[in-house]
Design a protein around this ligand. Structure first.
Ligand SMILES: Nc1ncnc2c1ncn2[C@@H]1O[C@H](COP(=O)(O)OP(=O)(O)OP(=O)(O)O)[C@@H](O)[C@H]1O
Length: 352
């Protein structure tokens, strides 16, 4: 396999994730042993608390203009990773830096089911931070991209989930975010929308935007992305060319579905052995030294990138592939969510 270090990529970083861990404490009804207190809890059916490790040391660097697919089994940590990059939640441990505030599709533009698709376009654009004039100027383009036809004038509450996803996607892309995170299936069944969404995505990428796309279908990742990350059990187990990573994932998941668990396990081990892992280290970051990231100054950030063969990680010392000096800010938790208008206010905004 060709090592990516042989084709060094000099595009500047857009997102840096360094050794991120995230756990959730959840109530479980699993019986907790045979001791007296455990037996009492079991009998009362009260359950106990359990820690779920959603992310266990994830590191990666996304560059400007990269389209990265994120694949993996249910519960492998894909959505958690995107939520943390978006700043919706804060990691337990680790650093997340971004060149701009990332936009998580579906979260940033809270749409109203009682309003028509067209009215939601305006509302969504305003919620994404556009001025009323900007919202007006992109309206027709959003409607065209959503490919909803006459349905655009009907209340969104009556849309199928695929139709709502299209509208949210069209709004998010119209806002020309520098970093777009998509955590849902983009309908590929409809040729019109598939073609238009690809066209819109390409336009965004050509402006050096960065896109992360979570999708269970290896085919979608292969068709749309140039790089893919395979997550398993809270870790990145393979990171590289989308075609190659998605093919390995497809073969693994087919075997799991067929109940061929021994073969699936071998494929997983093979992916880990042959794959590479990107490691990054934030060497120096002026903004991080500020106590409140919301008011942090943009400063020089020095990031080192490593590519290590998985098998030798974490033992072997691999030379630093590249040191970037760039200006990035820690991702700010909930910055966009605070701007999402409430229903009453949403109508006021539309009347203006
Ligand atoms: N808010 C939460 N509270 C408790 N546990 C959570 C929460 N969010 C995620 N988890 C747990 O973290 C793990 C990773 O979940 P996550 O949703 O990130 O996986 P995923 O790869 O996106 O899964 P899927 O493909 O099913 O969407 C799972 O075990 C999940 O149950």
């Amino acid at each position: 396999m060709e090592r990516r270090s042989e084709t060094t990529d000099y595009r500047a970083p857009a997102v840096v994730v360094e050794d991120v861990h995230m756990g959730y404490t959840v109530r479980t009804s699993k019986p907790k042993g045979r001791s007296l207190p455990a037996r009492v809890l079991n009998r009362l059916n009260l359950g106990t608390m359990e820690k779920v490790e959603a992310l266990r040391g994830v590191s990666l660097m996304a560059r400007q203009g990269e389209f990265i697919g994120v694949i993996g089994a249910n519960g492998s940590g894909k959505s958690t990773l995107l939520r943390l990059i978006a700043g919706v939640e804060r990691p337990d441990h680790g650093i997340i830096l971004a060149q701009r505030q990332p936009t998580l599709l579906g979260v940033n533009a809270a749409l109203q089911p009682a309003l028509s698709g067209a009215a939601n376009v305006r509302l969504g654009c305003l919620a994404m931070g556009m001025t009323p004039e900007q919202a007006e100027s992109v309206k027709n383009e959003v409607v065209r991209l959503s490919a909803l036809g006459d349905a655009i004038n009907r209340p969104m509450g009556g849309y199928s989930s695929g139709m709502s996803s299209r509208l949210r996607f069209a709004i998010a892309v119209a806002a020309r975010p520098k970093i777009l995170l998509i955590d849902e299936a983009l309908s590929t069944g409809d040729a019109t929308f598939a073609a238009r969404s690809e066209e819109a995505m390409n336009a965004m990428l050509s402006e050096a935007g960065t896109v992360f796309l979570v999708n269970h279908a290896a085919k979608v990742i292969q068709e749309m992305c140039d790089r893919a990350i395979w997550m398993h059990d809270g870790k990145v187990i393979m990171d590289g060319d989308a075609e190659e990573v998605a093919e390995k994932y497809r073969w693994w998941s087919w075997n799991v579905a067929q109940g061929e668990l021994v073969t699936a396990q071998k494929l997983l081990e093979d992916a880990v052995e042959k794959g590479e892992m990107q490691e990054v280290r934030v060497v120096d970051d002026l903004a991080l030294k500020d106590t409140d990231p919301r008011h942090a100054r943009r400063g020089r950030t020095e990031v080192e990138e490593y590519r290590r063969p998985q098998t030798t990680w974490p033992g072997l010392d691999v030379p630093v592939e590249r040191t970037f000096e760039t200006d990035m800010l820690p991702v700010v938790t909930d910055v966009r969510l605070e701007q999402v208008p409430q229903p009453r206010r949403a109508r006021d905004v539309l009347r203006n």
